[in-house]
Design a protein around this ligand. Sequence first.
Ligand SMILES: [Zn+2]
Length: 471
Amino acid sequence: MLDQPLVLLDLETTGGNATSDRIIEIGLIEVHGGRVLREWSTLVDPQVRIPPWIEQFTGISNAMVAGAPSFAEIGPALHAQLAGKVLVAHNARFDYGFLKNEFRRQGLRYQAKVLCTVKLSRRLYPEHRHHNLDSLIERHGLPAAERHRALGDARVLWELLRVFQRERSPDELAAAVQMLLKTPSLPPGLDAEALEALPEGPGVYLFHGDNDAVLYVGKSVNLRERVLSHFSGDHRLNKDMRIAQQIRRVDWIETAGELGALLQEARLVKTLMPIHNQRLRRNRSLCAFQWEPGRAPQLVQAGELDFSRLDNLYGLFKSRRDALDCLRGLAEEHGLCQRHLGLEGGRGPCFAYQLKRCRGACVGEESAAAHDARLAAALARLRVQSWPFAGPVGLRERDAAGEREELHVLDAWCYLGTLRPGDALPDADTLRRQARFDLDTYTILTRYFAKHGRRLEIVELGAQRRVPPAA
Ligand SMILES: [Zn+2]
């Protein structure tokens, strides 16, 4: 691990926001081949006031930085010094983010392999809950002469790496570092900077190619991980390889949870028809059997019926042919009469009866009622679930932290959109006009309802005007 050139770095800043706050001190230690090559540190004039609590926390006052160089003065030399080296820092996204922003202000682009010692510690010592620097100093008995000064903290990182080397085998350490450094090699057409902002929460992502053509739509409970996994470099999927060659831009929509992501994905795939998503299920030919005892099952098209409100529907099938194949299969399996099922014309004994595969409903050997009872049993598992509510409802979904909240508006297994707290609700007629039954949404919702059952948070929307607050 220590074979490659490393820069152990710590920054002090005017605050915690990498875009609006500024660096006031930089401390770094260059390490190569397991040896310290040099230590360097400098105060930096942030050209804004250091807030009092930061002065107190770091011991760096406004007076101290008054004569120090600005970042503009040290930027080019620092940029050269960091080039080609692995950046090692504690909670590295913080330091990396600040450096990138300060360099950007100077028109310099900074990109490095980054090794976070919080993540490394967590991977090597998963039994411990806390991995902040104070906990690690105490746990490993590290010397910490100048805590909260940049070089002082960088030295703590060096001591920490040496503890890792003593306490863990070279193989174990190398594997952990490699895992953390495994930065995906991004496709050439993609701006790496733009991916920095990818959130780690649930949502939908869109890959765009030339002329903003939509290449692919996907969903995940961790957008960042999923998007980067497309470019992991090994291209196990041929599809990922083709996407990597064409991609120019990534967009995403954050959602409160998994259901929102699933519904949005299904809707976007249908409306945008991305090149690399699987062929769409065609609603046009979606159909089901409608059946009441005493009659043969009737094939009905999705467009002709309110699929959701009837309880005598069986299916659903992607095509007429799928539907007829399924009914024929049931007839053979259960010894039903194909003539009674409307699958065979003519009079007298059906063809299957002559082969002893029909129990004789066609010749009066089995009563119509007995045949119907067996047909009902055979069809039972295909029954289309009817919509369990009187009208449109909102299904509330919240993220784990309780910060993001969404209300998915649903009616008759149709997805009508997602609202935020306080949004105005469209009236029931408008909602009903927008409803388009769709097999993917039906499948997503019935599965989700079956899985979450009585934990679902449902809001009846009939009489409401606005998204009501959570109970
Ligand atoms: Zn028969």
